[in-house]
Design a binder for this molecule. Structure first.
Ligand code: HEC
Ligand code: HEC
Length: 243
């Protein structure tokens, strides 16, 4: 739980920093100063707009790693471009397109999406496996999800999702309403599909050496998300509206 609070306030800080950077400084810019809309270098755009939440090099940030080839392969460039433009309503992921109150041009957003693909993707990352669909197309069964959680997640996140097992804190709580208030169901699904390689969390194939684990089915992922989401509470000020 501590970690989640940290993550969320880190991201909130990033919002403030971003806005500070948006202010036009009064006075004459040097003749060689680039106007913000002219920046078309992926590394610069990423660092200035995304690194604070998604991590310096697309990993180890408070929000999902974007430099994760499994994530990139499952989500695809077009979807990533759209999410970057529109943001994710009810979460700390802002929309960057002008039409969504952001500061980036469509061209800059395209450079970002293409840049992630060319810098961070890996062609053969899914191997022979058929990856689950990015978005769920069925309804989740929370009771089945609890069972699947026991099979695939409990060893690290505790049987109840609290991150505690045998009296030891292993990870942040996944069932804390304060955590669930700031992440969408798709956000949970994306993390389960892509894993958190830097933190030792496997992707949906769940191939932890020596455990004989099998890949999760699409339905199992949907069910686990439904079970986690069942811990949401309707509270005033809860930004994410569970559909
Ligand atoms: C203030 C923090 C913050 C900043 C800055 C930010 N993001 Fe995000 N981003 C988030 C959070 C939080 C989520 C998870 C939203 C959810 O729960 O679905 C997210 C989700 C995403 C996703 C979707 C992940 C998925 O589940 O498919 C993409 C793509 C993304 N961000 C790209 C970017 C890019 C590109 C930038 C920079 C232009 C950026 N983000 C800047 C916080 C941020
Ligand atoms: C081998 C251990 C391991 C397994 C198995 C595992 N995780 Fe994780 N998971 C982690 C670690 C470590 C983190 C990062 C530390 C943290 O978030 O406290 C993490 C992070 C997460 C996060 C992101 C939390 C955040 O801060 O945003 C979610 C969501 C998550 N796991 C869900 C699951 C689900 C659901 C499963 C089962 C389908 C699963 N994990 C299986 C180790 C694991």
């Amino acid at each position: 739980m501590k970690r989640h609070r940290g993550s969320i306030s880190m991201m909130a800080c990033a919002v403030v920093v971003m806005c500070a950077g948006c202010k036009v400084v009064p006075g004459k810019p040097g003749p060689e100063a680039e106007r913000p809309t002219q920046v078309l270098k992926f590394a610069v755009l990423y660092k200035e707009n995304c690194a604070a939440c998604h991590g310096e090099n697309g990993k180890e940030g408070a929000a999902i790693s974007l430099a994760n080839p499994v994530y990139l392969a499952v989500a695809g460039v077009d979807r990533i471009r759209m999410i970057t433009a529109n943001g994710v309503a009810g979460t700390l992921m802002p929309g960057f397109a002008r039409s969504h109150g952001g500061m980036l041009t469509d061209e800059q957003i395209a450079v970002l999406a293409q840049g992630m693909e060319s810098e961070w993707s890996r062609k053969d990352v899914l191997g022979v496996q058929t990856a689950p669909a990015y978005a769920s197309s069925s309804t989740g069964d929370s009771a089945q999800g609890e069972k699947a959680f026991g099979t695939f997640c409990a060893s690290c996140h505790g049987a109840d999702g609290s991150g505690v097992s045998s009296g030891k804190v292993h990870t942040g709580s996944l069932v804390d309403p304060a955590y669930l208030a700031l992440i969408s169901d798709q956000g949970l699904r994306s993390l389960i599909i892509a894993g958190q390689p830097q933190e030792g969390m496997p992707d949906w194939r769940s191939d932890i050496a020596g455990t004989g684990a099998r890949p999760m089915s699409d339905q199992e992922i949907t069910d686990v998300v439904a079970w986690l989401a069942s811990h949401r509470i309707a509270a005033p000020g809860q930004p994410y509206q569970h559909p």
